[in-house]
Structures are given as structure tokens and as C-alpha cells.
Design a protein around this ligand. Structure first.
Ligand SMILES: [Zn+2]
Ligand SMILES: [Zn+2]
Length: 322
């Protein structure tokens, strides 16, 4: 089978590899669509913290069951790519998304940019009629859903989303579906225009918000967000960067603000997002700006992040029956 491998930062090669073995309790899946994520791009660029090479990237997946004890062959599925230990204190608390020993597929372990993968059955979710494009968007949408769940967003609540990359856009979309009054802070004119025109969300106008959500993963932006928290409000960090962050303690104290991080997503978030697709509340085509052919991935991948490409979300397609 064919596999795209990132042997070291800046390289991306198509190799011939063995179809993986299927241990008991695992299913063999044929990959059908892969969302390209900022994590993949950072890993390729060499600025993803704690990343080891060589690595097969890709964790936003739609796949077809080839061989399985639990699922029917031919069935389209997605996977929860956060492989957890089931024994640490986070897992014991029902928070496998922040497991102490987490192995994220395509980050800590080899991922899905290959024709076949073997995945433990407990991480596989039946697609129940969702398309490959929709299933490839479930994971990043679930990241956004989890951030909102952390904040227990209420209808009518004033929410500021900082950053309108895919995770920011999905956070805006879901916050709107949940009835929040959402505004966006985004310096890139094209991305801001997309928010205004496609999502009907205005640029930030208020001095402060009940909930501020960072989806930039940029230190300066994160630090600037503290001043936007309303008194009694909260700040949710979905984005991630490598440095220490700092804020003025008396300013934070006087607000009695709550600061929280949001890591990955849970089964409940995946199910919530899949239900939104099933009930027609999300249209994948609003967000997938580019389909990338499997064979042209090596050519496009190094350029995909460039502003001139105009990518909102890119999804790699693998034909059925390759
Ligand atoms: Zn991702
Ligand atoms: Zn654990």
C-alpha cells in the first residue's frame, strides 16, 4: 500500500509499505478522506512541540471497514484519534481526552496518511450515513464542541472567538448553533470576510465578553485576550503554543475570571457533531475549500498554509476501491 511519510521536517515522501496487521479487537480500515490540520502543517514545518520523526501524519479521518469483528465491511466510519490508557486519573474521571499517557494518532503515533490502518474497535465510530467529507470534519468540529462544552455556553451569552482558522470557524459555527451572540477577532481580511459573509458573525466591537475563546494558538493574541474577559467571565484556551503566557494578576483577580484549557474532545462531542450533520445543521461544503488528490499531496502539502492558496479546510480524497 502507499503511505505518505514525514521523515524529518520539510520532507514528505510517498512510500510503499506493508498493509498493517489486524490484532484481535482491532478493525482494518481503508482510508477514504483525510482532513489536513494545522498540527500536520506544524509537524511538517518542524515547529510542533514534542514531535518525533519519522511520522505518518493525519488524524481527521473517514475510512471504510475492510475487516472487523464489530463493524460491517464497506461501512464508512470515523475514528476518535486520542488513544488513551484507561487507567490514569484522567481516564478514571471520564476524561480520556486528557489522558496522562495519550497517544494521538498521527501525532504521537503513526496516523492516517496511508491507504490502510488498523484501529482498536473502541476508537471507531460508525458513520451512520455521513459522507466521507463530513466524517473527515468530525474531529476538528469536536475540538470546537469540546471547548464550548468546557465553558457551558448559554443561549444569548456574549462570546468572543479569537482566530478564524478552521478551529475558530467551527467554534463560531457551533456557538451560534447553541444560541450565543458571537463576535470574532481575526486580523486576516479574507478570513474575517468569510466569518462576516458566510457565518454572519461581526468583527469584535465590545469591550468585554462573558466568554472569550482563543483559537489562535498565538502567544500575543492569548495574552491580549485577558483584557477582553467580562467581570465574572471566563477564558477558554483551545489553541496551543509553546511559550509561557503571562497576565496581570490584579486585572484577572478583580474579574474573578475563570481560565481553562480545552484539550482534544470526548465521545460526547463526537456524537454531538455527528448529530448536527445528520440533522442538516452543518454543511461540510461551506468549509471544505480544497479537495486534494492522494497523488498530488506531496506537491500541495508544503504550500497549503500559504495565504495565496486561500484554504479554509483542505481534505485529501482517496477513491473507493483503489
Ligand atoms: Zn486536527
Ligand atoms: Zn489515561
Amino acid at each position: 500500500m502507499q503511505t505518505w511519510t514525514c521523515a524529518q521536517p520539510g520532507t514528505f515522501d510517498l512510500q510503499e509499505t506493508e498493509i498493517p496487521n489486524r490484532p484481535a479487537g482491532y478493525s482494518l480500515l481503508r482510508v477514504r478522506a483525510i482532513g489536513i490540520c494545522g498540527t500536520d502543517i506544524h509537524a511538517f514545518a518542524g515547529n510542533q512541540p514534542f514531535f518525533q520523526y519519522p511520522r505518518i501524519l493525519g488524524h481527521e479521518l473517514a475510512a471504510e471497514v475492510v475487516e472487523s469483528e464489530q463493524f460491517s465491511s464497506g461501512e464508512l466510519v470515523t475514528i476518535i484519534p486520542y488513544f488513551n490508557c484507561q487507567t490514569c486519573s484522567a481516564c478514571a474521571q471520564g476524561k480520556p481526552n486528557c489522558c496522562e499517557h495519550i497517544q494521538v494518532f498521527g501525532v504521537h503515533a503513526d496516523g492516517g496518511m496511508r491507504e490502510y490502518i488498523a484501529v482498536e474497535d473502541r476508537f471507531i465510530l460508525p458513520g451512520n450515513g455521513l459522507s466521507a467529507d463530513e466524517l473527515a470534519l468530525v474531529e476538528p468540529l469536536s475540538i470546537a464542541a469540546h471547548g464550548l462544552r468546557r465553558g457551558n455556553i448559554q443561549s444569548g451569552e456574549k462570546v468572543l472567538v479569537m482566530g478564524a482558522g478552521p478551529i475558530g470557524l467551527f467554534t463560531i459555527l457551533l456557538a451560534k448553533i447553541q444560541g450565543a451572540q458571537v463576535e470574532v477577532a481575526e486580523p486576516n481580511a479574507a478570513r474575517l470576510a468569510f466569518c462576516i459573509e458566510k457565518l454572519g458573525v461581526p468583527a469584535a466591537t465590545q469591550a468585554s465578553y462573558q466568554t472569550v475563546i482563543d483559537a489562535t494558538g498565538n502567544r500575543a493574541a492569548i495574552e491580549s485576550g485577558f483584557a477582553k474577559i467580562a467581570h465574572g467571565g471566563q477564558y477558554i484556551l483551545i489553541g496551543l503554543q509553546k511559550e509561557a503566557i503571562s497576565f496581570i494578576h490584579p486585572e484577572f483577580h478583580k474579574r474573578e475570571a475563570t481560565l481553562m484549557s480545552s484539550r482534544n474532545a470526548t465521545l460526547a462531542d463526537f456524537r454531538y457533531v455527528m448529530d448536527l450533520f445528520r440533522t442538516g445543521q452543518i454543511d461540510a461544503h461551506d468549509f471544505i475549500s480544497h479537495h486534494v488528490e492522494w497523488s498530488e499531496l506531496g506537491d500541495i502539502f508544503p504550500r497549503i498554509h500559504l495565504a495565496e492558496m486561500g484554504v479554509i479546510k483542505a481534505v485529501i480524497k482517496l477513491d473507493a476501491g483503489r
